[in-house]
Design a protein around this ligand. Structure first.
Ligand code: ADP
Ligand code: ZN
Ligand code: ZN
Length: 732
């Protein structure tokens, strides 16, 4: 406890800050939230200790206000350790926590609008986006700012909608603060099977006992991992603790919400990036007051001001969306484990394909593994086999009124299987992880390739859009009629989603098809509509990218065809095989989850590839064993540590000479090495040039302080940005 008049250090949520000194106007505790002014701007900050500046007493300002709430000492330790691990400043970490600007002020009174669902008229794209914004917020009223931020529509569009009566001014001006006052209980609707109960009891005991432990819930697709961790959630909740359930955004489906409500008698409080400002505020305050004790959310939910956490569940723990890459670099799964270790509570990591980092921790005895080996309700795992494209060659086809032969991608064996499935009135999923129509647009004569003027990547032709699109920066361009260099004919190479759709429509003209990718699915709601159509049998063949691989349960889906299984096998980064394995395994897991057995066909030019063989034989252990052995030899994670430095510059020469300077000052590593600088694989993004260093060390190397010291010893010129990526997932 600090008494009034004490000079304390206050950390504010700002990247350059490690704390400023202020004088207390009343007694306050460490961790307590205070309002202070910095350069005449108000900030919410946190007391982190005694002040230590040498400023004369009269120069030190008073804190403007002391709030009754606080972060625990454990939270402060967590901020410090997270900062040390990620090389983010403590202020940058605090900014992740204090991410609701007006949390302690009375709610702002702004005009609120409801969506008029009764209004008739055409369903435009804007209107759909506004509707979706409302449904991701349980149709609560929204301010104009909310609409702009969540639906991404312009003020002009909003004003027109108001004029047309599509948006109506709402009577009540503030949001009900008891909105999230849910009481949860065990509805008794779910009875766990033997294997599930065994796993649930182990976690349950850890929850009740308290203390740090990590449980890897490793269950095959369809084994019912959700119900197992729901059991743990309930036990933690009933013992008075708070619980966080993290999942990838795309897994926050209506199917999931329904299951939650079934089990707990009330809906979950959901946290994601598309909430209205008022809801963010209510949830933040609710968690702080312990009125909200269960939150289901994306990675940023880890940074809510949790009080007395008793359990964190990380579902689909291998998912790459847990790694944050722009506003600071952190891995939410690992930071959750760090938090649990400091505060002393159990963590559950659930997945059908746990990451090798996690499995390595199991091998080391740091994490405990719990296995679910059979599908719930006795459904059989699908049979997985390869199709050798050298033997079953895809036939070319003609489009109506078009003489040129189109290059086919679907082999006769796959086509026969599709026909049979459709005849049985069952559903088909075709998977290809490439958006758009064709990835390469090239002149056959002079070799010209369509590339983005701002990024050093090729542009993909998107047929629906009717344009070339840069997948890096989103820039679009008209498709040229002829080669801009030599005026000869232009050809499109390679197959994306839209090209497969075209072939399906020609080869299966009577089938109802649907396309799923991040181009067509902008919101969870659009995905939701597709899921409903799938469930109602309004789709025969669903064609999609990795969005389809996750979480969905379609009982009548019996055939999964992977159009290009070779695509990820030879990626340039060391996780390529792991990611291919995980992705294909997850996609395969969509087939045959209901009463009919499923079948998965992998089209490939290399049917003997060990990764594909391991998938066909369900031999995950063999795959993991081989892949880990290779990594151990190469000292790659989890057998080594990596830190990437990404240096970006507006001017190429400034960037190059700065990197030379950095190189010249590079420290000597014992048991490690510094690689680079090299031009990044994507050398230019949004017209900034990019170079990379990679720092590699032993498994227990403490590289962070070395990197920090190195960087602090060089002068960083203007127009140079440095990103420190600890344990990078992305090497582009
Ligand atoms: P996973 O996440 O392991 O792939 P799910 O949790 O989606 O598996 O479970 C598969 C299906 O089995 C779901 O429809 C789920 O509701 C059902 N299920 C799992 N466990 C039970 C149970 N104990 N009682 C009733 N239904 C269950
Ligand atoms: Zn040309
Ligand atoms: Zn671009």
């Amino acid at each position: 406890m600090f008494t009034a008049q004490t000079i304390v250090k206050v950390l504010i949520p700002n990247v350059v800050n490690t704390g400023y000194d202020y004088r207390l106007t009343a007694d306050a505790d460490i961790g307590q939230f205070v309002r202070v002014s910095v350069m005449n701007r108000p900030y919410i900050g946190v007391i982190v200790g005694f002040g230590d500046s040498n400023l004369p007493n009269e120069k030190i300002k008073n804190v403007s206000e002391i709030y009754p709430h606080k972060l625990s000492v454990d939270d402060l330790t967590w901020i410090k350790k997270m900062s040390a691990w990620t090389c983010m400043t403590p202020g940058a970490v605090l900014r992740l926590i204090i991410n609701v600007p007006d949390a302690f002020l009375p709610p702002r009174v702004e005009p609120l609008y409801n969506f008029n669902f009764d209004a008739t008229g055409k369903m435009t794209e804007n209107r759909q986006m506004v509707m979706d914004a409302y449904s991701s917020n349980d149709n609560t009223p929204m301010t104009i700012n909310d609409l702009r931020n969540i639906a991404h529509v312009s003020s002009a569009v909003i004003n027109t909608m108001i004029k047309k009566g599509l948006l109506t001014l709402c009577e009540t001006k503030t949001i009900e603060s008891n909105e999230f006052d849910y009481k949860y209980f065990d509805t008794g609707d779910v009875v766990l099977n033997t294997e599930q109960s065994a796993a649930a009891n182990v976690i349950g005991a850890a929850v009740e006992q308290g203390g740090f432990s990590v449980h890897v819930l490793d269950g095959i697709t369809g084994s019912g991992k959700t119900q197992v961790y729901f059991d743990s959630v309930l036990r933690a909740y009933e013992s008075g603790k708070s619980v966080l359930l993290m999942m990838p955004e795309i897994a926050l489906t209506a199917q999931f919400m329904t299951r939650f409500r079934h089990r707990f008698g009330a809906p979950p409080v959901v946290w994601h990036s598309n909430l209205t400002a008022a809801r963010r505020r209510e949830i933040w305050r609710g968690v702080l007051n312990k009125k909200i004790r269960i939150v289901v959310g994306t990675r940023s939910a880890l940074f809510l001001p949790w009080q007395d956490l008793g359990l964190v569940v990380v579902d689909e723990e291998h998912d790459s969306s847990y790694k944050q890459e722009d506003m600071g670099n952190y891995h939410a799964r690992d930071m959750a484990v760090l938090r649990a270790k400091i505060a002393g509570f159990p963590v559950v990591l659930a997945s059908a394909t746990p990451s090798e980092e996690t499995l390595h921790n199991v091998d080391l005895g740091k994490y405990k593994i719990l296995k679910l080996t059979s599908r719930f309700g006795g459904a059989q795992l699908p049979k997985i086999s390869t199709i050798d494209l050298r033997e079953s060659r895809p036939s070319d086809y003609l489009l109506p009124n078009n003489e040129t032969l189109q290059h086919g991608c679907l082999s006769p064996v796959l086509c026969d299987a599709i026909t049979e499935t459709l005849n049985n009135k069952q559903q088909v999923m075709l998977f290809i992880n490439r958006r758009g129509f064709a990835p390469i647009t090239q002149c056959r004569k002079c070799g010209w390739v369509a590339t983005c003027p701002d990024c050093s990547v090729g542009m993909t032709y998107h047929k629906r859009l009717g344009k070339l699109l840069c997948h890096m920066c989103g820039r679009t361009m008209q498709m040229p009629q002829k080669c801009p260099e030599c005026s000869n004919e232009i050809t499109m190479y390679g197959a994306g989603l839209e090209r497969i759709e075209q072939e399906v429509n020609i080869k299966f003209p009577n089938a109802k098809t649907a396309l799923v990718s991040s181009d067509t699915i902008i919101t969870r709601q659009t995905l939701e509509r597709l899921v409903t159509k799938m469930e109602n049998g309004d789709i025969d063949i669903i064609i999609g990218t990795q969005i389809l691989a996750k979480g969905h349960h379609f009982p009548n889906l019996t055939l999964v065809g992977v159009v290009d299984s070779d695509m990820g096998l030879y990626g340039t980064d060391f996780r390529a095989s792991e990611h291919t394995f995980q992705q294909l395994f997850q996609v395969a897991g969509r087939a045959g989850r209901g009463e009919f057995p499923g079948h998965v066909l992998l089209q490939t030019y290399q049917p003997d590839n060990p990764v594909l063989n391991a998938i066909c034989n369900y031999d995950r252990d063999a795959f993991i064993h081989d892949d880990m052995a290779a990594r151990q030899v190469a000292k790659m994670p989890p057998f080594g540590q990596l830190i990437a430095l990404i240096i970006e510059g507006e001017k190429e020469n400034v960037l190059k000479s700065f990197c030379e300077d950095l190189s010249a000052h590079a420290p000597i590593l014992h048991g490690g090495k510094i690689m680079g600088p090299i031009a990044a694989q994507i050398y230019q993004i949004r017209s900034w040039y990019r170079m990379r260093f990679l720092i590699a060390g032993d498994e227990n190397a403490n590289l962070q302080p070395i990197v920090s010291k190195w960087l602090s010893g060089v002068r960083i010129p203007a127009n140079i940005r440095i990103k420190i990526d600890v344990s990078p997932q992305n090497f582009m």
